[in-house]
Design a protein around this ligand. Structure first.
Ligand SMILES: NC(=O)c1ccc[n+]([C@@H]2O[C@H](COP(=O)([O-])OP(=O)(O)OC[C@H]3O[C@@H](n4cnc5c(N)ncnc54)[C@H](O)[C@@H]3O)[C@@H](O)[C@H]2O)c1
Ligand SMILES: O=C(O)C[C@H](O)C(=O)O
Ligand SMILES: [Mg+2]
Length: 543
C-alpha cells in the first residue's frame, strides 16, 4: 500500500500525518474497457438479488468482501437496510450453524486452548499488528439464542466488525475478528467430520481463566492501541470476564453493556409516547423482563438509569423492575440464585412460585414487557392482550435473536394490541398496515450502539470503557431521532443514517471519556462540539 504524508494542524502545530492511499488501478489491459466502480456496484447488487436463499447471499457477500472489500462496503453503505440482515442478524445465525460446511477461506484469528502458554507467538502471526484498533472476541459459547456453537461462532465476530466498518467508518485493516476455541459441548458438531474446531468438550472454568489472563495480557502488549469487545460468551463467563478485566484493559461486553445502552435509548423514546398516551408521568413506568441472563440483567441494570433520571434513588429504581427466568418470577424466598440476579430479586413477594407469564403480568401490572429469554412465542395472544388491557400503549420489546427465537413477531403484536403497541425487536420485522396507517417496528439491537461506542473509545484512545461512556452512547442514540422519525412514532432512527448517528454517539462517548479522565487523545479536549463532530467525521474511512 502506498503511504502519503499529509501536513495537518493540531493545536496550532503542524504535524505530518500518514495517509494510506488506495491501491493503484490495475495496468491497462487487466480490466475490461467498460469497467467502472459505479456500474460494478450495480452489477454486484443484481448478482446478490439473483440468489434465492439468504445463506447464499451471505456466501456471495463474504466472497465479495474477500475479493474486493471496497465494492463490498460501498454496497453495504448504499443499501444498509437490505444488506444488514444478511451480513448480520438474523442470517449470521444460520452462517454460524453452517460455518464448517460453507467455509471457503479463513478470515480472522483462531486461538485455541492448545495455544495456552504461547498465545503471544500466535497473535504475532497477525499480518497487520501495527494497525490493530478493534477486536471482537467470542468463545462461541452462547451464539445469539442458538447456544454453544464452539468455533462456528466466528461469523459473529466477523459480522460485528463489518458493521464497525460500514456503520462507523473504522478502517477495515484495523479490525481483528477473533474466535477462541476452548472446546464445545455441542454434540452434533463434535460428531460432524467437517467441524473446524477442536474435537473436545469445553475446558473447566479454572483453565479458561488462566487462558483468558494470558490472552488479555498478550493482546494488550502486542496491540497497544486495541479496544476489545467481548461477544456472545455464556452468561457466567460474560459477567466474570467483564468484571475481571474492565479496570485493566479498554474493553466492553456488547451483550451486557451494548444491549443495555440500546434498550435504554429505545425505552426513553417509547416511555415518552406511552406516558403521553396514558396521561401519566415518566416515573410511573414499571418494567417486566422475561429472561435474566447476561442480556436481561445487563439491560435491567442500565434501565435503572431511566428511573434515576426521574429523580429516584438506585434502590427505588430497582423496585420498578421485575425479572422472570425459566423458574418464574425471581424473588428472595424462592431460594438460592445466581449472583447476577440477586440485585433484582424481589423482597416484596413471598407467595408460591409464580410461573405463568399472564398471571405475573396481572400481579406486576407492568407498562413495559421486555423479552431476552430465547423463547419463541412466549409473548402469546393472552400476554399481549393483557398488556393491552392494562395500558393505553403497551411497550413490548421482543429482543431475542435470531428471528426464529423472537418472543413474538411484529404483526402479532400489532394485531393483538389493536395497533396500539410500541414495539422493538432484536431481529428485523417488516412494517405493518393497521386501520390504514403504516406502523414501523423498531430494531432494538446493539448494532445501533457498538459502532459509535467503539469509534469514540478508539478515537479518544480511552484507557478503559466506563459506565458513563456506555450511558453517553445510549443518550446520544436517543437524541439522534429526527423530527420526521419522531412524527412516525419511531423509537430508533432509520438504519440508513447509521454513519451520522455513529459520529454523534462517538462525540458523546469522547466527552464522557474526557470527564472520566480516561481519554489519551487529550488535544480533543480543546475542540468545540461542532469541531469535534467534524473531526470525527473526517476520521471515518470511506470505501
Ligand atoms: N437485541 C439485542 O441487541 C440482543 C443483545 C444481546 C442478546 N440478545 C438476545 O437475548 C437472548 C438472551 O441472551 P442472553 O445472553 O441473556 O442469554 P442467557 O442464556 O444468558 O439468558 C437467557 C435467560 O432466559 C431465561 N429463560 C430461559 N427459558 C425461559 C423460559 N421458558 N421462561 C423464562 N425465561 C427463560 C433463562 O433463565 C436466562 O435467564 C438471546 O436470544 C440473544 O440473542 C439480544
Ligand atoms: O448479535 C446480535 O444481533 C445482537 C446480540 O449481540 C445478540 O447476541 O443477540
Ligand atoms: Mg451478542
Amino acid at each position: 500500500m502506498t503511504i502519503v504524508l499529509n501536513p495537518v494542524w493540531i493545536n496550532g502545530v503542524q504535524k505530518l500525518k500518514v495517509v494510506p492511499q488506495p491501491p493503484p488501478r490495475p495496468a491497462r489491459g487487466l480490466l475490461p474497457p467498460a469497467m467502472d466502480e459505479a456500474t460494478h456496484t450495480v452489477r454486484c447488487l443484481r448478482q446478490l438479488r439473483s440468489k434465492d436463499k439468504n445463506i447464499e447471499k451471505y456466501i456471495y457477500l463474504t466472497q465479495l468482501k474477500d475479493a474486493d472489500h471496497r465494492t463490498f462496503y460501498k454496497l453495504c453503505l448504499d443499501n444498509m437496510s437490505e444488506i444488514t440482515p444478511i451480513i448480520y442478524t438474523p442470517t449470521v445465525g444460520d452462517a454460524c450453524l453452517q460455518f464448517s460446511h460453507i467455509f471457503r477461506r479463513p478470515e480472522g484469528l483462531y486461538i485455541s486452548i492448545k495455544d495456552k502458554g504461547q498465545i503471544g507467538k500466535i497473535l504475532r502471526n497477525w499480518p497487520r499488528i501495527d494497525e490493530g484498533r478493534i477486536a471482537v472476541v467470542t468463545d462461541g459459547s452462547r451464539i445469539l439464542g442458538l447456544g454453544d456453537l464452539g468455533l462456528n461462532g466466528m461469523p459473529i465476530s466477523i459480522g460485528k466488525l463489518s458493521l464497525y466498518v460500514a456503520g462507523a467508518g473504522i478502517r477495515p485493516s484495523s479490525t481483528i475478528p477473533i474466535c477462541l476455541d476452548l472446546g464445545t459441548n455441542n454434540e452434533q458438531f463434535l460428531a460432524d467430520p467437517l467441524y473446524l474446531g477442536l474435537r473436545q468438550t469445553r475446558v473447566p472454568r479454572e483453565e479458561m481463566t488462566e487462558f483468558m489472563e494470558e490472552f488479555m495480557h498478550e493482546m494488550s502488549t502486542i496491540f497497544p492501541n486495541l479496544l476489545v469487545q467481548f461477544e456472545d460468551f455464556s452468561t457466567d463467563a460474560a459477567f466474570t470476564y467483564l468484571d475481571r478485566f474492565r479496570q485493566r484493559y479498554p474493553l466492553f461486553n456488547d451483550d451486557i453493556q451494548g444491549t443495555g445502552a440500546v434498550v435504554l435509548s429505545g425505552f426513553l423514546n417509547a416511555a415518552r409516547l406511552a406516558s403521553q398516551a396514558a396521561g401519566k408521568e415518566l416515573e410511573d413506568q414499571r418494567i417486566l423482563f422475561l429472561g435474566a441472563g447476561s442480556a436481561g440483567v445487563g439491560v435491567a441494570t442500565q434501565l435503572t438509569s431511566f428511573f434515576k433520571m426521574q429523580g429516584m434513588s438506585e434502590e427505588e429504581a430497582r423496585k420498578r423492575i421485575w425479572l422472570v427466568d425459566s423458574q418464574g418470577l425471581i424473588y428472595d424466598e424462592r431460594g438460592p440464585m445466581a449472583e447476577h440476579k440477586k440485585q433484582f430479586s424481589r423482597q416484596d413477594y413471598s407467595g408460591p412460585p409464580m410461573k405463568n407469564l399472564t398471571e405475573i403480568i396481572e400481579y406486576v401490572k407492568p407498562t413495559a414487557l421486555l423479552g431476552l429469554s430465547t423463547i419463541k412465542g412466549a409473548f402469546n395472544q393472552s400476554v399481549i392482550e393483557t398488556m393491552s388491557r392494562l395500558n393505553a400503549r403497551p411497550i413490548i420489546f421482543s429482543l431475542s435473536n435470531p428471528v426464529q427465537l423472537s418472543e413474538c413477531e411484529f404483526h402479532e403484536a400489532v394485531q393483538w394490541s389493536a395497533g396500539r403497541v410500541i414495539f422493538a425487536s432484536g431481529s428485523p420485522f417488516p412494517e405493518q398496515t393497521h386501520d390504514g396507517r403504516t406502523l414501523y417496528p423498531g430494531q432494538g439491537n446493539n448494532m445501533y450502539v457498538f459502532p459509535g461506542l467503539g469509534l469514540g473509545a478508539i478515537l479518544s484512545r480511552a484507557s478503559a470503557v466506563t459506565d458513563s461512556m456506555v450511558e453517553a452512547s445510549s443518550l446520544g442514540l436517543a437524541d439522534a431521532l429526527t423530527p420526521e422519525e419522531r412524527a412516525q412514532d419511531l423509537i430508533y432512527p432509520r438504519i440508513e443514517r447509521i454513519r451520522e448517528i455513529s459520529a454523534q454517539i462517538a462525540c458523546k462517548v469522547i466527552r464522557a471519556a474526557q470527564r472520566a479522565g480516561v481519554d489519551r487523545t487529550v488535544e480533543l479536549r480543546e475542540l468545540w462540539d461542532d469541531q469535534l463532530l467534524d473531526w470525527v467525521k473526517a476520521k471515518m474511512w470511506m470505501p
